[in-house]
Design a protein around this ligand. Structure first.
Ligand SMILES: [Zn+2]
Length: 438
């Protein structure tokens, strides 16, 4: 809690134990959602949202802020960083907002900060709606943003759009263009998004509390709903865990990549990857374009279905280095979504490769990820306090009991009893009533 000189409450940050444990696993990409604050809801809320091994959104902490100021943001980010054991996310996604941007630069200098494209596109009607020829401009803008594969395509299409519609001095479009390196998909190909990229026109980042909060929800009601929302998410994750472990998914092709990853990925991620395997059939030609030592550039042609059922042929360049087991496609599916695309799979297939190289199978999507990766909470810690170390030690000990407690019914009963007993002993010495609030 952050109090002013008179002892009045300014900002609050909290993270419950489950969210904190989750953060220890999924430290790579976070979405800082300040939409409740910037859209003037009754609750001045900022939510830290990540994505788990099933691609489900998960809460990684919450803040209530005195106002939309740099000082408030800096305070809440620092509080989050301390609770998260000083781990810097690789990528931070936010809406396009100057105050937020300065605060992020100050607190997370090592993270890549990117703007959520879906937020920008949502503003199009408001910002461009008044323009003569709005519908045509909107279409041209969408084409420029979503269809180009290289910065050159984007720049050329943007120039044509500006000239054709005479919008060179439109303030919003100008500022958007100046920031393009932070939101235009062609410039984000080296940023890892773990599926939170919204690089395709049908993708959006949904707010974690959307169904639980409306503009007039009072704080007290929100706190009840907060618990409900969290419970629901944890249940969904437990269900997905069970589903992923209990049976093998049905295969749709005879492709070896499909069989290989059906045994590894969680159910949902496998479903997404399976679509890429199926869509290898829409790629009808793989040819060698250029050879430079070990590196070969291939051209993969794909038949894609455009708006209005229009069929179009698209060319994708794929770099392949057999010695380094490296395959990189211009569509950058791997960085955006965390698995290989149909084009890269075609190139591997073309070269007689039967197994996807291990570096393209991310641990964060594996069904037994939590078991494989007991979080190393001390590493990278810049602000390791005594409490953080206690937390870390307790967490490891508890996790070991959980893992071994599922071996048999007898193991389970002993583990559960031990937990209940230790909880009551801890409660016995507990003095602070609100143990989850920090
Ligand atoms: Zn591709």
């Amino acid at each position: 809690m952050d109090l002013n000189d008179e002892g009045q409450l300014r900002n609050v940050f909290w993270i419950d134990a489950r969210s904190r444990a989750a953060y220890a696993y999924f430290v790579d990409v976070i979405y800082i959602d300040n939409s409740y604050l910037s859209n003037k809801y009754e609750i001045p809320l900022v939510a830290f949202v990540g994505t788990n091994h099933h691609g489900q959104s998960m809460l990684l902490g919450c803040g209530l802020l005195a106002g939309q100021t740099k000082a408030s943001y800096v305070w809440v980010f620092k509080a989050w960083l301390t609770c998260s054991l000083g781990r810097f996310p690789q990528t931070i996604i936010t809406e396009r907002c100057k105050v937020l941007e300065t605060a992020i630069n100050e607190v997370f200098p090592r993270s890549l900060h990117r703007f959520a494209l879906s937020h920008i596109m949502r503003k199009v009607p408001e910002k461009l709606g008044g323009l003569h020829n709005y519908d045509v401009i909107r279409k041209a803008l969408f084409k420029t943003i979503y269809e180009g594969l290289k910065p050159f395509d984007f720049e050329a299409a943007w120039r044509v759009m500006i000239q054709r519609f005479g919008v060179g001095d439109h303030e919003w479009l100008c500022s958007l263009y100046n920031d393009r390196a932070k939101w235009a998909p062609v410039y984000l190909k080296d940023t890892f998004f773990a599926g939170m990229a919204t690089a395709r026109s049908n993708e959006t980042l949904t707010a974690f509390f959307d169904k639980y909060v409306h503009k007039q929800t009072p704080l007290k009601e929100f706190l009840d709903k907060y618990e409900l929302a969290l419970q629901k998410k944890f249940k969904e994750e437990a269900l997905a865990d069970m589903e992923s472990r209990s049976s093998n998914p049905e295969l749709k092709t005879r492709c070896s990549f499909e069989l290989q990853l059906s045994k590894v990925y969680t159910r949902e991620i496998f479903k997404r990857f399976q679509l890429e395997v199926e869509e290898m059939y829409s790629c009808f030609s793989t040819t060698q374009l250029h050879v430079d030592g070990q590196v070969v550039i291939f051209l993969v042609k794909e038949r894609v279905l455009e708006e209005g059922n229009r069929r179009e042929i698209r060319d994708y360049e794929v770099l392949y280095n057999r010695t380094a087991a490296e395959v990189r496609c211009i569509c950058s599916c791997f960085n955006f979504y965390g698995y290989l695309c149909r084009h890269a799979l075609c190139v591997l297939n073309f070269n007689g490769v039967e197994e996807i190289p291990s570096k393209y199978i991310l641990s964060r999507w594996k069904k037994d990820y939590k078991r494989l990766c007991a979080p190393d909470v001390e590493s990278n810690s810049t602000e390791s306090t005594e409490q953080v170390q206690w937390y870390s030690q307790l967490y490891r000990s508890a996790l070991q009991v959980v893992e071994e407690g599922v071996i048999s019914l007898d193991h389970y009963k002993v583990a559960l009893n031990a937990f209940e007993e230790s909880l009551s002993r801890v409660h016995h010495i507990e003095e602070k009533p609100n143990k989850n609030l920090l």
